[in-house]
Ligand binder design. Structure first.
Ligand code: BGC
Ligand code: BGC
Length: 650
């Protein structure tokens, strides 16, 4: 069955001779597929749960840590077991629930004693600054210590490119740009800086990194991924985990819990549909998507988030084969698995059923259940008929052992409460050192696709320079999604430097920088900053990858002036350039650079050499909307305008 059907699905992966990180080939699947499943094209279908064809039971439920290694430490496992032995069933069920801060007030926490609280994208205090965040989180933490056993919550938030929800935090380039920079050390330093900003607000857990290789740029989460190759996802993902957690979870300052996401199927759904279906057999899944998790587990990631995706119709949230047999047993993952936002509700009609199916499959903590606090009772009433107490105990021990590693079970407040927390938060969030690091990352993430007649670097003593385009002076646009709001937003949404401001500062005093062609003669150059405007999951899925016609028009008009035209593309994914590929004299891809737009000018004016390389094949034409045609290097029909790994130098 192998060759023909895989070719039809467009995942024939050929060898390649590039640098390892841009390796166009996924390594061939290790021979770990057992002969029973390998013998069947539709292996998972054989194991579906009667009455629930979208779910697969694990071979045996997860009820104990694997013997893999000493993370979490034997001492923390013992501490977790001590607590678990003293807990009522309802207290255990509560540890397995993560409520949204929009669902529950601090004064309700002591009685409920949930395992965790989260801020969803954009969900923060009414006054959005670091001090108010710190005070809010401290109130939740302090309240949780007043519960019967005094077990603190974990407070989670999406810090996917810096502490993005918090106004004034440094916004780093989204991971696609870091994939272009291609330096795991840079990724680790950025993750460290992010952890410092997150910890300064008292938050102990971030839902990052996303470690899926994005295989179809129509996916609206392409920019959250480091690139299209399993090697980039694995290498950069492990570096991010090391940066967030520090040398060992809980050791050293500002160690926060990382969360590798989303296991498993992200990035490979048909047509790039978010939360869609993956048409790969087990060997294909292992070759493409599993390597990053092998590395993440090696790096001792403490939590993993399940994927909204399904694989050939089986939903990952209730797929015990992957969550338990592979992730927890085969890879030996001993942290805990959190479900994605309201995902268990989608598994089956009837909340209890979805809950039972997903917990039995291996979910340990349930994120933002629609019935909020009612979820605690719901879990408790599943035991023992539909979920064994042993499974609940395992989930609770996993969660508590991670809390122990973080030092949360030591009895000492992890962070100062209330007003003193607010006072303490100031220094790290938005610091100058972090802004410098972000600017370095911007410089190194830029990819130069074209440079006719050595248009770049630009001279800084031009008489006049015109900077046009919708992304020239829009901080929100250059930050993209997951900034201040879930989907991001245009405009001056936070503190930072726009690309235009960076250019303005880079030129000499004698250069006039104009925002439009104003009839004052032919300028020395026109910089057209075009591309995408903010989006995040689902809303960012696209059928076409074409540039907006208005952007093409901006470049056309610029070219008609007679001046050399430098096009800067601000984008979360490769876009089809169409006529712009010819019209532009130089083309620079800036990805979603974040708050430090001055890094763009650093490269345009030659203060830094361009070193970025494409983390994706850059398509010549938009993929057809009705079929998954190959769009990645190494796939049979890939015909990129610029190949994976491409990037000019000067
Ligand atoms: C939240 C996000 C969450 C999303 C899920 C939004 O309202 O802000 O954090 O991911 O809902 O649908
Ligand atoms: C997203 C996750 C995110 C969660 C919490 C979900 O909608 O898929 O990536 O961590 O919301 O905001």
């Amino acid at each position: 069955m192998t060759a023909a059907p895989r070719a039809r699905r467009g995942i024939v992966l050929r060898g390649c001779g590039m640098l390892a990180l841009w390796a166009a080939c996924a390594r061939p699947a290790p021979a770990t597929v057992d002969s029973r499943s390998a013998a069947r094209a539709t292996d998972v279908l054989f194991q579906v749960i009667p009455g629930h064809p979208a779910c697969v039971a694990p071979s045996t439920p997860s009820t104990a840590f694997s013997g893999r290694d000493d993370f979490p430490s034997p001492a923390c496992r013992a501490r977790a077991a001590q607590f678990q032995a003293r807990m009522t069933l309802r207290e255990k069920a509560a540890q397995m629930v993560q409520l949204g801060r929009d669902q529950v007030r601090p004064d309700e926490i002591a009685a409920l004693s949930p395992g965790s609280i989260l801020s969803g994208g954009g969900s923060g205090p009414p006054i959005n600054d670091a001090a108010h965040w710190a005070a809010m989180v401290a109130d939740y933490h302090a309240a949780s210590r007043r519960s019967r056993l005094g077990i603190p919550i974990l407070y989670g938030a999406d810090a996917v490119h810096g502490h993005g929800n918090v106004r004034g935090a440094v916004i780093f380039p989204h991971p696609i740009g870091l994939g272009a920079a291609g330096d795991p050390d840079l990724v680790q330093r950025i993750a460290r800086a992010t952890a410092e900003e997150v910890a300064a607000t008292g938050i102990d857990w971030t839902f990052a990194p996303l470690i899926a290789p994005a295989r179809d740029a129509r996916w609206g989460r392409t920019y959250e991924s480091f690139g299209e190759t399993p090697a980039l996802a694995a290498e950069m993902g492990a570096a991010a985990i090391r940066g967030l957690q520090g040398p060992r979870l809980g050791q050293g300052p500002a160690s926060i819990l990382a969360c590798a996401k989303h296991f498993l199927g992200d990035g490979a759904t048909r047509l790039g549909v978010n939360a869609g279906d993956v048409d790969l057999d087990e060997a294909g899944m292992r070759a493409l998507l599993l390597p990053a998790y092998v590395r993440a587990v090696d790096a001792h990631v403490g939590s993993v988030m399940a994927s909204y995706s399904s694989v050939r119709g089986v939903r990952m949230h209730c797929n015990g084969r992957w969550l338990t047999d592979v992730l927890k047993r085969e890879l030996g993952f001993n942290g805990f698995v959190v479900s994605d936002w309201e995902a268990v509700e989608e598994i089956a009609p009837g909340y209890d059923t979805g809950l039972a199916l997903s917990i039995n499959a291996g979910i340990d903590m349930v994120m933002h259940p629609k019935i909020a606090a009612g979820a605690i009772d719901a879990i408790a009433r599943l035991v023992p008929e539909r979920v064994s107490e042993a499974r609940v105990d395992d989930a609770v021990r996993r969660i508590l052992a991670i809390k122990c590693e973080l030092g949360l079970l030591d009895g000492e407040p992890s962070s100062p409460a209330g007003e003193s927390a607010a006072a303490a938060s100031g220094a790290a969030v938005g610091s100058e050192a972090h802004r410098r690091l972000a600017r370095e990352a911007v410089r190194r993430s830029l990819v130069v696709l074209k440079n006719r007649n050595a248009t770049l670097p630009l001279r800084r003593d031009l008489r006049a320079l015109v900077v046009v385009g919708r992304n020239a002076s829009d901080l929100g646009n250059q930050c993209g999604g997951w900034t201040i709001d879930w989907q991001g937003a245009s405009g001056p949404i936070t503190v930072g430097t726009t690309i235009q401001e960076g250019i303005q500062r880079a030129v000499g005093a004698r250069t006039r920088v104009a925002a439009a062609l104003d009839g004052g003669g032919v300028p020395g150059a026109i910089i057209a900053v075009i591309g995408e405007t903010p989006y995040a999951e689902t809303a960012g899925d696209r059928k076409s990858l074409d540039l907006e016609p208005a952007d093409v028009e901006v470049v056309r008009r610029a070219k008609a002036s007679g001046a050399p035209v430098v096009v800067v593309v601000v984008t979360g994914r490769p876009l089809v350039l169409g006529p712009v590929a010819d019209l532009a004299d130089a083309i620079v891809v800036a990805w979603l650079p974040g708050s430090e737009g001055a890094g763009v000018a650093d490269v345009l004016f030659g203060d830094a050499h361009p070193t970025g390389r494409l983390p994706h094949d850059w398509p010549r034409v938009s993929p057809r909307s009705t079929a998954s045609i190959p769009v990645n290097a190494g796939e049979a029909a890939a015909d990129p305008l610029f190949p994976l790994g491409f990037g000019l130098r000067y």
